[in-house]
Design a binder for this molecule. Structure first.
Ligand SMILES: [Zn+2]
Length: 284
């Protein structure tokens, strides 16, 4: 059974606002234990959290050992003030604040740094992202500061511009990675960074009526084609679901992501995902 290289223990796949409000004043240990037990029942032994500002993932990382799960957390994701990510992470307005946050992750016992360097896919409009990419100079500073502090870096990044800038600075994993062009896919393969495409965040929206299927179907197809192309170029690809995101349920999403990746990767799926997860486990 593959691990899940991208989850959010704080979220429930239903209503992010309510899920966060529920644990805003403190992690719900019983809920976390129930989710960990469910993962363990499914045979999952590795989880990497994308972080939250309320220590839910951090608490899970302390409890997970009892369930036979290796659990890695960045504590909280770090985002630029005024840009995507503030609903779940912590925002900085200058590098001094960013450095202090990196220091805080170390103090709290976080295992790596998670940064947000782009917006989301706009599921209502094909080809559109919800935010402008982080300027390359800033991305370089963010990544080098975290590396200098001895951390690996998981980057939420969509679009060739943001992904290319992050890869050029030696980022360790790319999350989502929507709309990558051929040049960026080749750069990904050369860089040795691991791509976690979280296909199920698109796939599970199909047929719900929340977003148009005329956008979701071609977007999923594009992402699956890019996954296949990246694999051919020799890129590292790992299974991660973004569990907790809308319509992406903890545990069940692992099989769903696997099925979507298998459509893209065919007979090589298990070998590629095993290598990808090993690379994640080594770096994180
Ligand atoms: Zn995420």
């Amino acid at each position: 059974m593959f691990g899940d290289c991208h989850i959010h223990m704080v979220l429930d796949g239903v209503n992010w606002r309510a899920a966060i409000d529920h644990q805003r004043r403190g992690p719900d240990e019983a809920l976390i234990r129930a989710r960990l037990a469910d993962y363990a029942r499914r045979g999952v032994t590795f989880l990497r959290d994308g972080g939250d500002a309320w220590d839910v993932g951090l608490t899970a990382s302390r409890l997970a050992g009892a369930y036979g799960i290796r659990y890695r957390t960045p504590c909280f994701p770090i985002c630029r003030k005024g840009h995507y990510g503030g609903f779940i992470g912590r925002c900085f307005s200058d590098l001094m604040e960013y450095r202090a946050m990196v220091h805080e992750v170390r103090e709290k016992g976080g295992h790596f740094i998670k940064i947000m360097v782009s917006g989301l896919m706009d599921f209502a409009q094909f080809g559109v992202l919800t935010d402008e990419p982080c300027p390359p100079d800033l991305a370089r500073d963010l990544i080098s500061i975290a590396h200098d502090a001895g951390f690996s870096i998981m980057a939420h990044a969509n679009g060739s511009e943001a992904v290319s800038a992050a890869l050029a600075c030696g980022v360790d994993s790319i999350e989502h990675g929507a709309y990558l062009n051929e040049e960026t896919l080749a750069q990904l393969a050369e860089s040795g960074a691991v791509w976690v495409p979280t296909l199920v965040t698109i796939g599970n929206l199909r047929g719900l009526g929340r977003f148009p299927d005329q956008v979701l179907e071609p977007l999923l197809e594009l992402q699956q084609n890019n996954v296949a192309r990246a694999a051919k170029l020799g890129a590292k690809i790992a299974l991660g679901t973004d569990a907790g995101a809308y319509a992406v349920c903890h545990g069940a999403a692992v099989e769903q992501e696997y099925a979507l990746l298998k459509q893209a990767l065919g007979e090589n799926t298990d070998r590629i995902l095993t290598e990808g997860e090993q690379a994640i486990q080594t770096r994180f």
